[in-house]
Design a protein around this ligand. Structure first.
Ligand code: ATP
Length: 240
């Protein structure tokens, strides 16, 4: 961990109508770290990721990636600057093959040779995808779809990965594999990850930082180990 800030969020307010869902969010995410974002249903975690990736337009505040204000930049420009968002529900296109889905991750990239290399790396990381590269999205299991969604994001060669509920519907063994992979990508490639998870224990087991959201605000922002190990904090904010 270098401590250099990759993502900076200041006074972010956003929502879907008149009433804001995010009510003044401040966050500082250092490069090469994993931050777990946890909190009750409806706290605004998904809305935070959607606002960072440009799907929801903020009504106030700043989002800076590596010092650059993202303002009202559309999604594809954020992808070009190194943000990749894996949404809840995964967004795998059922009619396209595994390979075609993966290629979508490289759509905005000019270096076609590196897209090919990235594809090969994804096949090495996720062996079931290599075996099923010509299968359609709808033929995959839940775990394979999650691998595909994650793989597609990696083909974009992101600096910042925004992951929404990657463990949803997965067997504990597959969840553990995905968490191990995130750790590996952080350690070996310096990837920075914002990980929204209902599976708080899994998320905190891999995270460096832990952020607890409640009613559209950040109520705790601390070392993941502290959230994991401090009984009072856990009882008060995470209910276990
Ligand atoms: P969950 O774990 O249930 O996904 P969350 O913390 O991710 O919860 P959000 O999904 O961001 O929370 O939802 C925050 C609030 O925004 C909720 O009150 C929800 O009803 C509302 N909301 C979410 N999506 C929309 C939408 N597309 N239109 C209107 N309101 C929405």
């Amino acid at each position: 961990m270098t401590g250099t800030e990759l993502l900076s969020v200041r006074g972010l307010v956003a929502g879907y109508g008149a009433a804001p869902v995010l009510r003044t969010i401040d966050l500082s995410i250092p490069v090469g770290t994993i931050t777990a974002v946890v909190g009750a249903n409806g706290a605004g975690k998904t809305t935070l990721l959607r606002t960072l990736s440009g799907l929801v337009r903020p009504s106030a505040g700043q989002i800076r990636l590596d010092g650059e204000e993202l303002g009202r930049l559309p999604v594809e420009h954020r992808v070009r600057r190194g943000m990749a968002h894996v949404p809840e529900g995964r967004g795998v296109i059922a009619e396209l093959t595994v390979e075609e889905n993966l290629r979508l991750g490289g759509l905005w990239r000019r270096d076609r040779a590196d897209v090919r290399r990235a594809l090969d790396e994804v096949y090495q990381l996720f062996e079931p995808l290599a075996r099923r590269r010509r299968h359609a999205g709808h033929q995959l299991s839940g775990g394979e779809r999650q691998m595909l969604a994650l793989g597609r994001a990696l083909v974009a060669r992101p600096r910042l990965l925004l992951l929404d509920e990657p463990s949803l519907g997965l067997a504990p063994r597959v969840t553990a594999q995905i968490m191990a992979l995130l750790r590996q990508l952080r350690n070996n490639a310096g990837l920075t990850v914002l990980l929204v998870e209902q599976n708080v224990r899994s998320a905190l087991s891999v995270a460096d930082q832990g952020v607890v959201m409640s009613l559209g605000r950040v109520v705790i922002d601390t070392a993941a180990a502290e959230l994991r190990d401090d009984d009072q904090l856990r009882h008060a904010y995470l209910g276990f």
